[in-house]
Design a protein around this ligand. Structure first.
Ligand code: HEM
Length: 422
């Protein structure tokens, strides 16, 4: 019976049958995953703020509404308190209390003032200077990965380049010994469930196992860094202090776990989506190769054009109105970041990839208090990775239609991308 249900889901039958109640937003269909943008446009044109009966959530698609929801403090991130506490409790019943506490008390689930205090502390460690100082090292990691692929003249971009790069870089930034990087990759894979429980191979239980192992591991390293601080992120987190208050050990471990979860799939997908876009737009590929100085605007355009994080949500803490629709207190409000990023009211010719685009207020990293902590790191990694790739392999080519897209409502990226390098 279970096998039959699984097969039906794999065949997407339930989602096809239920299509009429999804509206245009049915992220479960493979053809929508391959290209969600026509559906986003239709939704924005026909009903820019609509109630998805399937998910019991209001969905916003216009740039203006998305920015408002993310910036307005009356929208909370405490979904589990108000939306479906009973469901959440059922879901996490079998999980250990320390893991549940980590889920409930991580940055992405806290509102001010708790969020402000934690974020200020983390900002003290995760500085622009710390990220910029990684540039030479990121270049070396990129070169090494490409050196390894060069003799074969081809590579699977996601497995051989886009995925190992961010994990190697964050492990080095945190100050994890090189021999433990393999474990970090595994923990990072399993912790993805914190962002997207339905898209993680082992679900929340797998994330819990990874978290408990990571917590033991970090406790030992942090104790060592307390005694002998070094020039790394873990030492900076151990030392970070705001008005005489430091991070507790539980907070520090929770932040490290969230960073590991957030690194995985986001930067990887940014690089994967960007290379798909370059394969589909040879003119822009040539432009990036001939003029590496456009690297910065190019990365912003890749973020806008095919956003690695497509969706996030909030809870309305008061009755309110968005786009003429009355939203009741304690209702979930979703925002499709990727739809906002193609809104013609804000972006000229939004379906065109223009690597030199100047006016580009995209929301791929969110907005407001929860604006992505790792934005600068992701930007630097993607810029170095993509400009080096096209410079070293000017004949780079491949099928612009990847074999599959991640089966996720929230994240977007190719599952694999075979490319030839010469
Ligand atoms: C291309 C890569 C990335 C994209 C597109 C991305 C996107 C986002 C988005 C949209 C949010 C806001 C979510 C919301 O408001 O609900 C966010 C938050 C966050 N991101 Fe990223 N992210 C990326 C890379 C990273 C990296 C590399 C790190 C860590 C080193 C990171 C760490 C975080 C953290 C900790 C938060 C929560 C911040 C808070 O709640 O205050 N992200 N990210």
């Amino acid at each position: 019976m279970l096998k039959l249900v699984r097969w039906l889901i794999q065949q997407e039958w339930p989602f096809r049958l239920a299509n009429p109640v999804f509206g245009h937003w049915n992220p479960f269909l493979s053809e929508r995953r391959a290209d969600p943008y026509p559906a986003y446009h239709r939704q924005r044109e026909e009903a820019p703020v609509f109630f998805s009966r399937v998910f019991r959530v209001w969905i916003c698609t216009r740039h203006e509404d998305v920015v408002r929801v993310l910036r307005d403090p009356t929208f909370s991130v405490r979904r589990t308190d108000v939306q479906a506490p009973a469901l959440f409790k059922l879901f996490v019943r079998k999980l250990r209390p320390d893991f549940v506490e980590m889920i409930e008390r991580n940055l992405l689930m806290l509102d001010p003032p708790d969020h402000t205090r934690l974020r200020n502390l983390v900002n003290k460690a995760f500085t622009r200077r710390a990220v910029e100082s990684m540039r030479p090292r990121i270049q070396t990691v990129v070169d090494e990965l490409l050196d390894a692929a060069e003799p074969a003249g081809e590579m699977e971009l996601v497995r051989d380049f886009a995925s190992p790069l961010p994990i190697t870089v964050i492990a080095e930034m945190l100050g994890v010994p090189a021999e433990d990087r393999g474990k970090f990759k595994r923990w990072s894979d399993d912790l993805t469930a914190l962002l997207d429980p339905f898209n993680a191979p082992k679900g929340l239980a797998g994330a819990q196992d990874a978290f408990l192992e990571l917590a033991d591991y970090l406790r030992a390293i942090c104790a060592e860094r307390r005694a002998n601080p070094r020039d790394d992120l873990l030492s900076a987190l151990v030392a970070a202090e705001d008005e005489g208050v430091k991070l507790t050990e539980a907070e520090l471990i929770s932040i490290a776990a969230l960073i590991l979860a957030a690194v995985h799939e986001t930067t990887t997908n940014l690089i994967g989506n960007a290379v798909v876009a370059l394969l589909r737009n040879p003119g822009e590929r040539k432009r990036l190769r001939d003029d590496p100085a456009i690297g910065r605007t190019a990365v912003e355009e890749f973020l806008r054009y095919d956003s690695p994080v497509q969706f996030t949500d909030r809870v309305a803490t008061q009755d309110c109105e968005i786009g003429g629709k009355r939203i009741r207190k304690n209702t979930l409000v979703g925002v499709i970041l990727a739809a906002a990023n193609r809104d013609p009211a804000v972006f000229a010719d939004p379906d065109r990839l223009d690597l030199g685009r100047r006016d580009n207020p995209h929301v791929a990293f969110g907005q407001g208090a929860h604006f992505c902590l790792g934005a600068q790191l992701a930007r630097v990694e993607a810029e170095i990775a993509l400009t080096t790739l096209v410079r070293r392999f000017p004949k780079l080519d491949g099928n612009p239609d990847p074999p599959g897209w991640i089966p996720s409502m929230l994240l977007r990226g190719p599952t694999a991308l075979p490319i030839s390098l010469r």
